[in-house]
Design a binder for this molecule. Structure first.
Ligand SMILES: [Zn+2]
Length: 243
């Protein structure tokens, strides 16, 4: 996940997303025993964007991270060490959410778009046994998230399995009014208070992302992003979009 750069534009106001979330229709609820395959581009995506849904879900939820997120601290950090840390945090967070990490091949952080076909093929077997696939929305504003979203859509299409899209950076960088133009409707998935507690606990396991890692003075995942995920948001695609 990329930190907001000093030169980045200002995030959209949180109030706009609060209003959008409050006004969003409720989504259908997954059957309690549904078997889920959950895709992420980086080891914290599904916790940020789908953690409440996962915390409430009682059926199996198998989670895949398509990269180890090893580039999140920049070129000067030891990528192998960052990968180990992040995968350990991923496992700890998933344990809080009651989800299961699945070992699959992984591709380069910040380079996932060059490996979408291989990723879709590697996940075909897992998708065949799933009742629903969750993936980042294919327009979530990060190149790896867009790639993971396209992989999710392709895997779901081939397996004939419904795709549920979740958001990570969308509520930070994209205005809610821009969703419709991208063929998307915002939905709110009903989630329990307990799921909110678990979601926070799981986020805290991603210590390398939610706390500043010197020499950086800001965490990779700012608190002002997490404030925009105070309810479980999902995307329903309202018309066919280019994969
Ligand atoms: Zn990410």
């Amino acid at each position: 996940m990329l930190p907001p750069a000093d030169t980045a534009p200002e995030p959209v106001p949180a109030a706009a997303w609060r209003r959008a979330a409050d006004g969003a229709p409720l989504s259908p609820v997954l059957p309690p025993d549904a078997s889920l395959l959950v895709l992420a581009a980086h080891p914290d995506d599904e916790t940020i964007g789908a953690g409440r849904l996962l915390a409430d879900h009682t059926g199996p939820a198998r989670c895949v991270t398509l990269t180890a997120g090893e580039r999140c601290h920049g070129e000067s950090a030891d990528a192998a060490q960052v990968a180990r840390t992040r995968l350990r945090e991923w496992g700890a967070a998933l344990a809080v959410l009651g989800a299961e990490p699945v070992e699959t091949p992984r591709w380069p952080d910040a380079g996932l778009s060059g490996h979408e076909r291989e990723a879709a093929e590697a996940l075909a077997g897992w998708a065949a046994g799933a009742d629903a696939i969750l993936a980042p929305w294919r327009h979530d504003p990060h190149p790896d998230h867009e790639a993971a979203g396209r992989v999710g859509a392709e895997v779901a299409r081939r397996a004939g399995t419904p795709l549920w899209s979740y958001l990570v950076w969308t509520p930070y960088w994209m205005h809610p009014e821009d969703l419709a133009g991208r063929g998307a409707e915002l939905l709110r998935y009903p989630s329990s208070e307990r799921a909110g507690v678990r979601w926070r606990e799981a986020l805290a396991r991603h210590r390398s992302q939610v706390t500043a890692q010197p020499p950086a003075s800001h965490p990779v995942v700012p608190a002002t992003l997490l404030d925009r995920h105070e309810s479980q948001l999902l995307i329903r695609e309202t018309h066919a979009v280019r994969a």
